[in-house]
Ligand binder design. Structure first.
Ligand code: COA
Length: 330
């Protein structure tokens, strides 16, 4: 057994230019800015526009920035893992398409589903390949074009989601004691009834009937998801702090999944964290599913100091949830 610790050595994000405001949404569905802001904390979200544009295009933009920042060349990358529930197509995986667009030829590539936990689960996957000693430069991507599967006639879901992508470079930590320390990952398949996209898979292949029934869009029963998200994230955050012999005071930042500001506030209060330590950008981007965590790290990168203890936590469809503890390595 080797004992190599993986560290994030760079992060970059991308959001499309088009800003979909609450006021614009109020033209399509019966809602208003006041309701959306007070119930979710979201003021606007970004939407990828343009014929032929897809999730991979946003990921490619994020990774191009990451390559520039870290001086990484495509041929050095040996593994690309992409968390997404809005792949460019059913198969092959979007990670393959991303790699091809970037000229990455020496890597193996695949996608991870796990919905809003997609980046967290992908990060844990990449971390294991570094820790085993088998791989040295791993791209971990979280990218979703939620506008492709959101029903803009359903006011309870269309207000929440947005498009975006983020990516980190994972490498063996250069200095001892830095990098990813621990992860807790959980799943509960009974959550499928409350959050899913019913058609388009083998259960309900695409047909006129599935389209007419609007089954290719996100279905969400918001209240049980809200409750499960709060209790799920709070419990793993508490557990990962406890089992690593730390206290809340030792943690510099929490990057929580951006699903609803009220969920983030509840998690903060249940885990004894002040809101000042919670990364929050939901007001600008809404819920970008697998992209929320790397987009937070990207926006906070300049405020993070080497040695800071940081916790990432997510909750998503499945249900899936988890937390990762790391010491920031640069
Ligand atoms: N504008 C105005 N009214 C709306 C609305 C909107 N956009 N969406 C729902 N409503 C209405 C409902 O129709 C309902 O009206 P009624 O009482 O007359 O039936 C009322 O507001 C309350 O609806 P409810 O669904 O109970 O609201 P809520 O406070 O639970 O907020 C969500 C809805 C979706 C914002 C909230 O449940 C949520 O954030 N859930 C978790 C989402 C999440 O985390 N998803 C991703 C998982 S990773």
């Amino acid at each position: 057994m080797t004992n190599i610790r993986a560290a994030i050595t760079g992060v970059h994000g991308y959001v499309p230019d088009y800003v979909l405001t609450n006021h614009e949404l109020a033209k399509y569905v019966d809602t208003n800015d006041e309701w959306i802001v007070s119930r979710t904390g979201i003021s606007e979200r970004r939407i990828l526009k343009g014929e032929g544009k897809a999730t991979s295009d946003m990921a490619v933009e994020a990774i191009k920035g990451l390559f520039e920042k870290t001086g990484t060349r495509p041929e050095e990358v040996d593994f690309v893992v992409c968390g997404t529930v809005t792949p460019d197509m059913m198969f092959p995986d979007t990670a393959n398409i991303i790699a091809d667009k970037l000229g990455i030829r020496n890597a193996f590539t695949f996608d991870v589903g796990a919905a809003c936990s997609g980046f967290l689960f992908s990060l844990a996957t990449g971390e294991k390949f570094i820790a085993s000693g088998s791989h040295k430069k791993v791209l971990v991507v979280g990218a979703d074009m939620m506008s492709a599967i959101v029903d803009y006639q359903d006011r309870s879901t269309c207000i929440i989601f947005g498009d975006g992508a983020g990516a980190v470079l994972l490498e063996p930590a250069r200095d001892e004691g830095y990098g990813i320390i621990d992860s807790i990952l959980k799943s509960d398949g009974s959550g499928v009834v409350n959050l899913h996209q019913k058609a388009g898979g083998s259960l309900r292949p695409a047909s006129h009937a599935t389209v007419d029934a609007r089954e290719h869009f996100v279905y969400q029963n918001g209240r049980p998801v809200f409750k499960a998200a709060v209790s799920g994230m709070a419990s793993v955050v508490k557990e990962i702090i406890r089992r690593n012999g730390l206290t809340a005071d030792d943690i510099a930042w929490i990057a929580p999944h951006q699903a609803n500001l009220r969920i983030i506030e509840s998690v903060a209060s249940m885990t004894d964290f002040p809101m000042e330590k919670m990364m929050v950008n939901i007001q600008k981007y809404g819920n970008t599913t697998a992209a929320t965590l790397p987009l937070c790290l990207w926006e906070w990168e300049n405020r993070l100091k080497k040695g800071d203890y940081i916790i990432l936590t997510a909750f998503g469809g499945g249900y899936t949830w988890g937390a990762t503890l790391m010491r920031w390595a640069y």
